[in-house]
Design a protein around this ligand. Structure first.
Ligand SMILES: [Zn+2]
Ligand SMILES: [Zn+2]
Length: 347
């Protein structure tokens, strides 16, 4: 009778051959950490540099710290069921000390080790911020109105659209689509853009929202790396009439819903139908529904509605409008036609 057993030469436990799993696991280092790792970031916009490439940081800072700490760590290739936790502490204005703890199994034996690494934060102006501070730009979007001054609402919409387009292009990875200047001028809004793509998108979106047209005017400004460098002026002309304007034409009142070149798609504020007017047919403008006042409905009767003028508190009678339902005792929105001294229900 023979007994086929090996004995671990280190601890004397029975084993299949050589060292027992416990002694093998104890013999290898689960974990090694580089003592430090350098992270380059832009102090202005928080972009991160990986190799030679800059990108916008899309993750919370603690996730970035964990990622950097893990990148400085190597785990033994025989480890299985690995769980990593990173604890970090700011140890200086540009230093973060990280403790990386790894739990795993080695040769079926549970093991746990920790190591430390330090992140050195290095400031560097990113490619985008360098362009901006160097005054680089590829175009200017100029928002103006036709034969009138651009109003506060249009200024606000234009600025908001410009910022939204900038953000969405940058989120899609187009780093140089920045707005380096957005200025309210006497005549309108001037938006200085880092790429022609951004200028074009902003012009499309603004005319889409506010109507009007834009034309592009390129100007050769020099050469960069053998390529002609153009700056483009995107000249936006908002239409004379705007969405929500109420105009007098053919003896009635119409709310402008859309502007298509010289043609206005309007809503008839008397009978509630849609129709088209040419600009020539418009006699005058009484206001915009955004500036509507609130008038109390005093009475309703077939064919007529009594409104309390919010300025004079006198009751004024207007024709009933079949497209809305004035309710006695409730307010309704009106515009004032100063010329005719009349209130016009706009709903
Ligand atoms: Zn052993
Ligand atoms: Zn930057």
């Amino acid at each position: 009778m023979t007994i086929q057993t090996s004995i671990c030469p280190r601890c004397g436990q029975p084993t299949e051959e050589g060292l027992c799993p416990q002694c093998r696991a104890a013999d290898v280092r689960l974990l090694t950490c580089q003592p430090r790792v350098t992270a380059v970031y832009c102090p202005v916009c928080d972009s991160q540099k990986r190799g030679k490439t800059w990108s916008d940081l899309q993750m919370p800072r603690e996730d970035l710290i964990a990622e950097l700490a893990v990148s400085a760590t190597s785990i033994h290739e025989d480890a299985k069921d690995i769980r990593v936790t990173v604890r970090s502490q700011e140890t200086g204005p540009n230093r973060t000390t990280c403790t990386v703890e790894v739990e795993a199994t080695m040769y079926g034996v549970p093991v746990k080790e920790t190591c430390e690494t330090e992140i050195i934060w290095q400031k560097e102006s990113c490619d985008r911020c360098s362009r901006i501070s160097g005054g680089y730009y590829e175009g200017i979007v100029q928002v103006r109105a036709t034969n009138r001054k651009i109003n506060a609402y249009e200024r606000e919409v234009a600025a908001r659209i410009a910022e939204q387009v900038e953000e969405s292009l940058q989120q899609s990875g187009d780093r140089f689509s920045f707005i380096s200047d957005l200025q309210d001028t006497k005549d309108g809004v001037d938006i200085t853009v880092g790429t022609q793509h951004l200028g074009l998108e902003i012009s499309r979106m603004i005319t889409g929202a506010l109507g009007g047209r834009f034309t592009t005017h390129p100007k050769l400004v020099g050469e960069k790396e053998g390529r002609a460098l153009y700056r483009i002026t995107y000249s936006i002309r908002l239409p004379f009439y705007q969405k929500g304007d109420v105009v007098v034409a053919r003896g009635g009142y119409f709310e402008v819903r859309e502007i298509d070149g010289q043609r206005l798609r309007v809503f008839d504020l008397q009978n509630g139908t849609a129709r088209t007017l040419t600009e020539d047919e418009v006699e005058r403008l009484i206001g915009n529904v955004r500036e509507a006042e609130s008038a109390l409905v005093v009475f309703t009767q077939p064919g007529a509605v009594g409104l309390m003028d919010p300025k004079t508190y006198q009751t004024k009678e207007v024709n009933a409008v079949p497209w809305t339902f004035p309710v006695e005792g409730q307010p309704i929105r009106v515009l004032r036609d100063e010329v005719e001294d009349r209130l016009v229900i706009v709903g």
